[in-house]
Design a protein around this ligand. Structure first.
Ligand code: PRT
Ligand code: ZN
Length: 286
């Protein structure tokens, strides 16, 4: 039988859209009708399992799935035997301690002897231990932010992204415990046949990620300023320089990160560059 790999992705939630978009951007085609628990790609040997994110580390550790996409926060909390093979750069957030807005906060010792509500008892427990703070951890699975207002706990430990949930609940963030983003995880004991499929998938994901981080830039420049302009946008090996129909001018094509582009834009214009176009790159293989 031909080898096929299985990837576990979140069925419905904050990770779902970005996980599936990344796979689509890798040129993999599949149908994922709503309510489906499983589907198979039509042009790549991969099968999808649609699960709750809490279950993904366990399924990958048990080998029911070979790969999974999950938030690092969930992975560390579940503490399963899996490997992170790629950081994916989306669903960025932090796990933080928060207390009611009006409270003075002298430092982590504030939590000594207090009650803290969280869905992340393991990460919080380790953090308190390493800071030599003894507190009661109350594990709850949702709506952690209301715990202080209903008298369940004096503080909370929860995921923060924009901070607006904390603000709306009269809380303030006082300690950042952990930074998280979506990661691609793998079962550590995969057979060689499956491993080579995973390598192919990783190659595609890297090409997509490289493309996203870079832009294709085209500009017109007078020939006497070409040296200066080339030094500002050196590109992958070196920029392409093509003559324009107008004598004494060239078109310069190069690749650079968006940050580099904004850093160099003033100098490029001072050097005589004009008609500057910045175009997205879909895939990039170095
Ligand atoms: O149903 P299932 O169990 O699969 O999903 P879930 O409800 O457990 O998880 P989900 O979809 O909410 O989040 C999945 C993952 O997304 C998390 O494990 C994190 O890695 C990541 N992520 C990124 C977030 C957030 N941002 C986020 N803002 N997870 C949760 N939140 C919640 C947080 O719990 C709090 O209630 O959003 C609120 C805070 O957001 P701000 O923007 O108001 O600060
Ligand atoms: Zn969950």
């Amino acid at each position: 039988m031909k080898d096929i790999i299985r990837i576990a992705v979140q069925k419905s939630g904050r990770l779902s859209d970005d996980s599936l978009s990344l796979i689509k951007e890798c040129g993999i085609k599949f149908y994922n009708g709503t309510g489906k628990l499983k589907s198979t790609a039509i042009n790549f040997p991969i099968e999808f399992l649609y699960l709750r994110d809490d279950d993904i580390p366990g399924y990958v550790a048990d080998g029911v799935a070979d790969l999974g996409i999950v938030g690092e926060n969930e992975l560390v909390e579940k503490d399963k035997k899996v490997e992170i093979i790629k950081k994916l750069g989306f669903s960025k957030c932090r796990l933080s301690l928060a207390i009611p807005k009006g409270e003075d906060y002298p430092g982590i010792a504030y939590f000594q002897g207090k009650n803290i509500a969280t869905s992340y008892p393991r990460i919080l427990g380790n953090y308190l231990k390493s800071n030599k703070v003894e507190a009661s951890i109350h594990e709850i699975s949702g709506s952690v932010e209301i715990a202080p207002s209903i008298g369940l706990a004096e503080g909370i430990c929860d995921i923060v992204s924009s901070g607006s949930t904390l603000m709306m609940n009269g809380l303030k963030e006082v300690e950042e415990i952990f930074r998280s983003e979506a990661v691609l995880i793998s079962n550590p004991d995969m057979e060689p046949g499956k491993k080579s499929i995973v390598e192919k998938l990783l190659f595609r994901m890297n090409a997509v990620q490289q493309g996203k981080g870079n832009k294709y830039i085209l500009l017109n420049a007078p020939n006497d300023s070409l040296d200066r302009i080339i030094s500002l946008i050196p590109g992958m090996r070196s920029p392409t320089v093509l003559p324009l129909a107008q004598e004494g001018w060239s078109s310069v094509h190069s690749v650079l990160s968006e940050d580099q582009f904004w850093e160099n834009i003033v100098e490029l214009r001072q050097a005589g560059a004009e008609g500057i176009l910045v175009v997205p790159i879909e895939k990039m293989v170095l």
